[in-house]
Design a protein around this ligand. Sequence first.
Ligand code: SF4
Length: 77
Amino acid sequence: MKVWIDQEYCTGDGLCEELCSAMFQLEDDGLAYVKENGVVPSDRAGREAMVAVSSDDEEAVREAVQECAGECIFIEE
Ligand code: SF4
């Protein structure tokens, strides 16, 4: 399973980070990004920053997808 965020529709409420801080992080621009190996890549965003989700984080990521106010977290199986 892989996940990415479309920052264009992110409201910046930070719910994804609350639900799964291993995979999501709010940045200084007020938008959420996916983390790769624990850090947000500085050179990619949106679908280009899609990363694999470890099995331990899959349930929390799915919950974040369901709860995301911007409906902008996307999973690809
Ligand atoms: S839950 Fe969705 S809208 Fe909220 S910060 Fe995360 S990506 Fe943005």
